[in-house]
Design a protein around this ligand. Structure first.
Ligand SMILES: C[S@@+](CC[C@H](N)C(=O)[O-])C[C@H]1O[C@@H](n2cnc3c(N)ncnc32)[C@H](O)[C@@H]1O
Length: 355
């Protein structure tokens, strides 16, 4: 989210010229038209500042049925449905659950399981619907430009009793999504997927993979032209529905210690997060770092942080990577293991550049 000083029209213009063009010509076009539409901007300005963000408003319209179309048609849709758009904007938040990020985390998770010689217990903070809690149930293709390494769920992907989730409806195993990731550098690719014996998440507003409205909202958050992301989201939701994860509602700093106390003591505990710390204040991030330090000391817990360049939490609390050209990081995420930078990752897990 840009600085609070940015006016709404500028915000939509920025979204339409910087954020959207590479991913969604439709959103880019609509946003630029909105920026030049003072009557609509005045209506958006009646919402609280954090509700005026372009992605939230556009997703709300899509959630309610707006089709990819020329702007006049979209504008007419907004006029016809404004009360519902407002209600959706006020009751929802941008909680995109990008399952592709599992590809960026997988080599680190596998390395932790191998080093510890025991299966994993996972806690994701800022989990949305918890789809990243199933790295052992998805397929992967890591492409280093010369060859592709494929990993599929095997024995470790079988449903396991008592793995932390609520019992879901009995369904046959669905086709998992295939998470494709370009790699560079010495990525420690495993031979097989790590075993996960327990999984749980924390979110201010957990989304439920069994709730059709929540699922429709997750789909609406994907940009219109990105059909491949929608397809892998659907497949990941089908996987998660078999055994919906335990998701605790609340602030990550309030809930983490008690949830960690529920993890099986004989498993290697990993706390991880992606695209979350931008929503947490500097004080909240400092508090989170202190909690992670105590969990490392008392529980041998590992910490994987996969976040954008502006919110990087390193061991020393700094937000820069001294040895790195900042241009390399721009638009990407940095993956840290226990506060140490290990890789630059694509924001949707589409690339993994090992340091
Ligand atoms: C952009 S989504 C990312 C979801 C997921 N980590 C992923 O990568 O797909 C950010 C999530 O963080 C949650 N969140 C933000 N601040 C939080 C806090 N203080 N405590 C718990 N969850 C939080 C939001 O509700 C939202 O679901």
């Amino acid at each position: 989210m840009p600085a609070a000083a940015l006016g709404t029209a500028e915000w939509y213009r920025h979204f339409g010229t910087v954020d959207a063009p590479g991913s969604s010509p439709c959103y880019a076009g609509w946003s630029l038209h909105i920026a030049d539409d003072p009557e609509l901007i005045a209506r958006i300005d009646r919402w609280p500042y954090n509700k005026r963000q372009p992605l939230l408003m556009l997703a709300a319209a899509r959630f309610l049925g707006a089709k990819v179309s020329p702007y006049p048609e979209f504008r007419a849709f907004l006029d016809d449905h404004w009360a519902e758009v407002s209600r959706t904007v006020m009751s929802r938040a941008t909680q995109t659950n990008e399952v592709g990020r599992c590809a960026a985390l997988l080599p680190s998770l596998a390395a932790i399981a191998a080093a510890e010689g025991r299966p994993l217990a996972l806690i994701e903070v800022g989990a949305s619907a918890g789809l990243a809690l199933f790295p052992d149930r998805y397929s992967y293709e890591f492409d280093d430009g010369a060859s592709v390494t494929r990993l599929d769920p095997g024995a470790s992907g079988e449903l396991q009793a008592g793995s932390g989730g609520r019992p879901g409806p009995p369904v046959h195993r669905p086709e998992p999504p295939v998470l494709r990731c370009r790699t560079a550098g010495p990525v420690p690719l495993p031979d097989s997927l790590p075993s996960v014996v327990w999984r749980a998440g924390i979110d201010l507003n957990p989304l439920d993979v069994l709730n059709p409205d929540d699922v429709a909202w997750l789909e609406a958050l994907i940009w219109p032209e990105q059909e491949f992301r929608r397809e892998r989201l659907r497949r990941a939701i089908a996987v998660a529905r078999q055994e919906p994860p335990l998701l605790v509602a609340g602030d990550l700093n309030e809930q983490l210690l008690s949830l960690a106390g529920q993890a099986p003591p004989d498993a290697a505990l990993v706390v991880f997060h992606s695209a979350v710390m931008g929503y947490v204040s500097a004080d909240g991030r400092a508090r989170f770092r202190a909690i992670m330090q105590s969990l490392a000391r008392d529980r041998g817990c590992h910490w994987l942080s996969n976040e954008g360049e502006t919110v990087i939490i390193q061991e020393d609390g700094s937000v820069v990577v001294p040895e790195m050209d900042p241009a390399r990081l721009r638009g990407n995420f940095l993956l840290l293991h226990n506060g140490q930078p290990v890789a630059i990752t694509g924001p949707h897990g589409q690339s993994l550049d090992w340091l």
